[in-house]
Write a protein that binds this ligand. Structure first.
Ligand code: GDP
Length: 367
């Protein structure tokens, strides 16, 4: 009976159908006496964690599980998709455990973005969303910046207890943990997986020196992310790979910008002024007259205005309009998962359009 085979590393039920889902092992491994899932296999043999994703039911199981542990929760978010990669409700499940909030992908920000301002904003936004982290950090898991600071901070707050790393898919959780493993253990030390006693959480445990563990939880799928509305190739396109180069548009009242076919910004009133766009350099921005925008979109979404592609249109949610009257100067209009647009002078009225479910918000400019 297949359903009774569990991984000797993390205790997850083994499946052989989908390598991207948790518990995957190749069919050939089923004959063996003890079966290890691919995620634990990679950790054991290559000192690398692999990201796998989780269904909504499993998500609830994980959250519930966290209320029973005693340790430090490290929550990773993608600073380029802060609201999209937020795990809503986490604060209700973690009990008394402290949460350290880490914003990853710091390397994508232009140099002109003040790191301290972003951290202030993250603290403020976290509070709005019901979370009071004990500390907030900015790191780049790929470039390695501030990773040592993150390790020291985790060491400081964990107080000899276990560390639970949570995050939704694509925030860079695996890259972050792999970085930590390399920095802490060095390339040569073999980190072994050990069974998490009585787990129903399918977490992998990475032993720390003092007998505690760094526990990796599977990535949680956040259905509201822009990332889920585009195909793999387009996800690469909308995700900046290196420092974003701002693009400046001089707009008159009544002009519209399209960001591919994924988002739209109507500049309604406020006189002629410049809008500074911070999005992936590969995402095409089209300017048009506001009065033509609707029909242009209907006609050309999936072609001139892409992503999304033609094939994705059936499942692509309609764009929803959100109007903002920007009373303060120096404001960012943030399109979760895409980037943001900065307007320097006060008094502009704009309408931002994003796919239904994706968030759009304003914040004091980070620059
Ligand atoms: P996970 O699903 O959270 O485990 O995420 P992964 O570690 O697989 O990373 C998801 C994507 O984000 C990959 O394409 C990574 O290369 C990228 N990524 C991870 N960390 C960083 C980072 O610090 N900076 C940048 N620019 N990209 C990152």
């Amino acid at each position: 009976n297949r359903s009774e085979i569990t991984c000797i590393g993390c205790g997850v039920t083994i499946q052989t159908d989908d390598p991207k889902q948790i518990g995957y092992a190749p069919p050939s491994s089923l004959g063996k006496e003890s079966v290890i899932c691919q995620r634990c296999f990679r950790l054991k043999h290559y000192n690398e964690v692999q990201d796998v994703s989780l269904t909504d039911d499993d998500f609830l199981k994980i959250l519930n599980g966290l209320s029973e542990v005693d340790g430090l929760i490290v929550k990773i978010v993608d600073i380029f998709d802060f609201n999209g990669s937020w795990l809503p409700g986490l604060h209700r499940f973690v009990g008394k455990n402290p949460i350290l909030l880490i914003g990853n992908k710091e390397d994508l920000l232009p140099k002109s973005v003040k790191r301290s301002k972003l951290i202030q904003w993250m603290k403020h936004e976290a509070k709005q969303l019901g979370l009071q982290p004990i500390d907030v950090l900015l790191v780049s898991a790929t470039k390695g910046s501030s990773i040592d600071e993150a390790i020291d901070t985790i060491e400081h707050y964990r107080n000899g207890k276990d560390v639970y790393v949570v995050g939704c898919t694509n925030v860079g959780k695996s890259t972050f943990i792999n970085r930590i493993i390399k920095n802490v253990a060095g390339e040569d030390d073999v980190i072994t997986t050990s069974h998490f006693p009585g787990t129903t959480l399918d977490m992998i445990e990475i032993p720390l020196d003092d007998g505690s563990a760094l526990v990796d939880t599977p990535g949680i799928i956040n259905h509201h992310q822009m990332a889920h509305f585009v195909d793999k190739k387009d996800l690469k396109l909308i995700t900046p790979k290196k420092e974003i180069k701002p693009m400046v548009f001089q707009l008159n009242e009544g002009q519209t910008l399209f960001f591919g076919g994924l988002a739209r910004l109507d500049y309604m009133s406020g006189g002629r002024r410049s809008l500074i766009c911070y999005v992936s350099n590969e995402l095409k921005i089209h300017r048009t007259k506001m009065e033509n925008a609707e029909s242009l979109y209907k006609k050309h979404v999936g072609e001139l205005l892409q992503p999304p592609r033609k094939n994705d249109l059936e499942e692509f949610p309609p764009l929803v309009r959100h109007e903002f009257s920007l009373k303060q100067g120096k404001t960012d209009i943030v399109f979760s998962g895409l980037g943001w647009v900065t307007i320097n002078d006060p008094g502009a009225v704009v309408a931002a359009y994003v796919p239904k479910g994706v968030s759009v918000l304003t914040r004091p400019s980070l620059i």
